[in-house]
Design a protein around this ligand. Structure first.
Ligand code: SF4
Ligand code: SF4
Length: 480
């Protein structure tokens, strides 16, 4: 998923050799400013160079070709020109730097590399959450289906065939609806997975994961999950008021007490469940205090946040809400970082920025997962379970399914900002991952449009992280 494109990041030892031909600022370079500090940032190398903001007009002038000999030797302009050139931020006036983007895309995209198996063990749920991406795509009335043991076995054997054995953490995820409605299936499928791991047919590092609303957990089922070292995520959206505003039973009653009871039941058996949290218009105002409360009360090892995705039944999420959610999430990120609790959404961007490694895709549906619907269909993304679109394969067919040969899997494997020209001029090109293709399709009609909701989050987070680096770094990187 990640490229090894690295650029030097220290500001020492600037090479003052004269570049031969006129040079111009790369179209992949962007500028930011705050007070008297400016930043020149390369969207692929992800190197920020902090400068005196007074030099920003000079940087802007470099968008057309310049020679170093145009500047006074040892002047701030000459030094900055040489520094930018050294770090790949200046290019030949005739260069096509977008060609580099296309080359990286060609090298890393287009072929599925499967590391996740999503088993949607039922499309039924005892909750009726207002934002559910699965439920919202059903036409009414709905007949719900459960995955059979036979289809689950076929799916696991298919995963065994195509799993990328170099993937660091292959995962099998039991998902729904509410997966605990089909607990017998979870048990039999887990037995098969354990057998295959033992025989060396699946990587030793394969992990099993259940994502549940927590309400159906019992002492018995929690004991079984603990015995089999299953990782569990419980969906919780905050304290009672925030959680209950979206996560309700069909009767309209809130589900906070049920989720909390399930969480504590797992804890009593020695499991440390992570928390899966959807940020909505209803809970965004309480996010930081609620996260603090959850951390103090439940001590989760990890928390995963999703900003509510657009669904067919939900009018487009507003930029204003996404910006509020982003600011709140960044505050939570700082809190969780200080408490040593893992948070994936911002952390993956922070890691990519710190290491200079391009974050190519955010969505495992883009070539990294097989999703099995309760009917035994094989697809790319669980959000389409109800409609069956993007589910090109079928376990019932005699012809074995090969994701590498399937046009839908190949198309999704190609989706990344690096293959989307609309993203080339964006500051977040190398750090973004492209968000959720299903959300993009819902808003704009195609997975090939940027996920605009995610764009707001992605750009704001990147800018925050760049200024966070500035806060933490010594002044040695400030050129002047
Ligand atoms: S498109 Fe990707 S990110 Fe969006 S719901 Fe599907 S798998 Fe998740
Ligand atoms: S998806 Fe949006 S934020 Fe991400 S690179 Fe493309 S335009 Fe930028």
């Amino acid at each position: 998923m990640e490229s090894n494109l690295h650029f030097a990041t220290d500001g020492s030892d600037i090479d003052l050799k004269l570049p031969k031909s006129p040079r111009r600022l790369s179209r992949l370079c962007h500028t930011l400013s705050r007070g008297d500090v400016g930043v020149v940032f390369h969207s692929l190398s992800m190197l920020p160079i902090f400068i005196n903001a007074e030099l920003l007009p000079f940087v802007a002038s470099l968008r057309s070709g310049q020679d170093l000999q145009n500047f006074q030797p040892n002047s701030p302009q000459a030094d900055l020109f040489a520094c930018l050139d050294r770090y790949g931020m200046l290019v030949d006036v005739n260069a096509d730097e977008y060609e580099l983007v296309r080359e990286i895309a060609n090298e890393h995209l287009g072929t599925p590399r499967i590391s996740v198996l999503y088993l949607v063990v039922t499309d039924d749920c005892n909750f009726a959450c207002s934002y559910c991406a699965v439920e919202s795509r059903f036409a009414e009335p709905t007949v719900h289906t459960r995955l059979t043991a036979s289809h689950a076995s076929q799916a696991i054997l298919l995963f065994r065939k195509y799993v990328d054995r170099s993937a660091p953490r292959p995962r099998i995820v039991f998902y729904g609806g509410e997966p605990m409605l089909n607990f017998e299936l979870i048990k039999s499928a887990t037995n098969l997975v354990e057998h295959l791991i033992k025989r060396g047919d699946l990587p030793q590092t394969t992990r099993i994961h259940v994502i549940t609303n927590g309400s159906l957990l019992t002492d018995q089922s929690a004991t079984w999950l603990a015995q089999h070292q299953i990782q569990v995520s419980v969906s919780m959206d905050g304290r009672q008021f925030a959680h209950d505003s979206s996560r309700k039973l069909r009767s309209g009653h809130g589900t906070f007490d049920l989720a909390l009871r399930g969480y504590r039941c797992l804890q009593s058996k020695g499991i440390r469940p992570s928390i899966s949290w959807t940020i909505t218009e209803e809970n965004v105002d309480h996010l930081l205090p609620d996260v603090e409360w959850i951390v103090d009360e439940l001590d989760p090892p990890a928390m995963g946040f999703t900003i509510r995705i657009d669904t067919p039944g939900h009018v487009r999420t507003t930029d204003r809400f996404v910006m509020e959610a982003t600011q709140a999430l960044l505050a939570c990120f700082q809190l969780l970082r200080s408490r040593g609790i893992s948070e994936d959404r911002v952390t993956r961007k922070a890691r990519s920025l710190a290491s200079g490694q391009i974050w190519i895709k955010d969505c495992a549906g883009c070539g990294n997962q097989l999703v099995i619907s309760p009917h035994g269909r094989i697809g790319v993304c669980q959000a389409y379970t109800a409609t069956g679109s993007c589910f090109p394969g079928d376990l019932n067919q005699s012809e074995p399914f090969n994701p590498s040969l399937d046009p839908v899997f190949r198309e999704w494997s190609n989706r990344s900002p690096l293959s989307m020209p609309a993203c080339y001029s964006c500051i977040a090109l190398g750090n973004c991952g492209g968000g959720c293709p299903a959300g993009a399709e819902c808003v704009s009609g195609s997975i090939w449009c940027p996920d605009e909701r995610f764009c707001v989050f992605s750009r704001a987070t990147l800018e925050w992280l760049i200024w966070d680096i500035h806060k933490q770094r010594s002044a040695t990187q400030v050129a002047h």
